[in-house]
Design a protein around this ligand. Structure first.
Ligand SMILES: C[S@@+](CC[C@H](N)C(=O)[O-])C[C@H]1O[C@@H](n2cnc3c(N)ncnc32)[C@H](O)[C@@H]1O
Length: 260
């Protein structure tokens, strides 16, 4: 079986151009949550982990001293660096790095951000340990990711569906588990936020050009297995054109400080 890092690189190396143009990822509440939590003063040495094509890093760049934007997938880093050049962002530098093993000195950042990525990480406690190490004392960690609802059945359901669609998905934890892991890594949680991503067309999200018709149908069936209440409350399922429907994933944000 291929490793998760290989699955991530296989997945994202093909999608750098597509991702750079994705309005679902470019804007929206999850970026606003990070910017609000970061509460920047203009002096922060910042690290953005799993930067993708740089949406979070570029939104922060004018508001901080500098940003180091890192990602496991070299093609994403290359695309992000081209875009930074086009946008004349001179305080952003780039590095290919795994979230679980950061090539930076202890205590070298004031602010660390990570948006829409940890559900792909093979070892979240190790990632949190690395974030804690590279932050200075009193430094700030701001994270937003997709999460599962606080229900064993829905944790299993959501992770099965995500994994069927994309084998680089590892696990979407519920908010309570994020709070525990972040606290156990040595942070003090200052603020949290519940939000959602933009409504997505099922037929767009399921990527029929990449996934087989059988997989698409298996995922569609899984949505039909949800109770009407769960479908509406947790996934905002709405009717769409024939053969399609709209839904969104729950998202959770945490603002945490390294106090020790
Ligand atoms: C959804 S995209 C990026 C989202 C980006 N943070 C943003 O705000 O638009 C997820 C990214 O996570 C990266 N990634 C996945 N696993 C990783 C890991 N273990 N370490 C570093 N980057 C990883 C992928 O290469 C991909 O570029």
């Amino acid at each position: 079986m291929k490793s998760i890092h290989t699955a991530v690189r296989d997945q994202f190396s093909q999608h750098a151009d597509y991702y750079a143009q994705s309005t679902v990822h470019a804007k929206g509440d999850t970026l606003d949550v990070i910017l609000d939590f970061a509460d920047t003063k203009g002096t922060e040495k910042t690290l953005d982990i799993a930067t993708g094509t740089g949406f979070t890093a570029f939104a922060l760049a004018p508001k901080v001293d500098s940003v180091v934007a890192t990602d496991l997938t070299p093609e994403m880093v290359l695309k992000a660096s081209e875009l930074a050049q086009q946008q004349s962002l001179e305080n952003v530098t780039f590095s290919v790095a795994a979230a679980e093993s950061l090539p930076f000195c202890t205590g070298s950042f004031d602010l660390v951000t990570c948006r829409l990525a940890p559900h792909h990480f093979q070892n979240v406690p190790q990632f949190l340990c690395e974030v804690h190490r590279v932050l200075r004392k009193d430094g700030l960690f701001c994270i937003v990711d997709s999460v599962s609802p606080e229900s064993d059945a829905l944790i299993t359901w959501q992770n099965r569906v995500e994994k069927l669609r994309d084998d680089s998905h590892v696990f979407g934890y519920p908010p309570s588990q994020w709070n525990t892991m972040i606290t156990e890594a040595g942070f003090e949680i200052e603020k949290t936020a519940h939000t959602r991503n933009a409504l997505m067309s099922f037929l767009w999200w399921v990527r029929p050009q990449k996934n087989s018709a059988e997989i698409v149908e298996e995922i569609r069936e899984a949505f039909l297995e949800l109770s009407p209440d769960d479908a509406k409350t947790y996934y905002t399922v709405e009717p769409g054109d024939e053969g399609d429907f709209f839904f969104s994933w729950p998202m959770y944000g945490v603002k945490a400080r390294k106090t020790g």
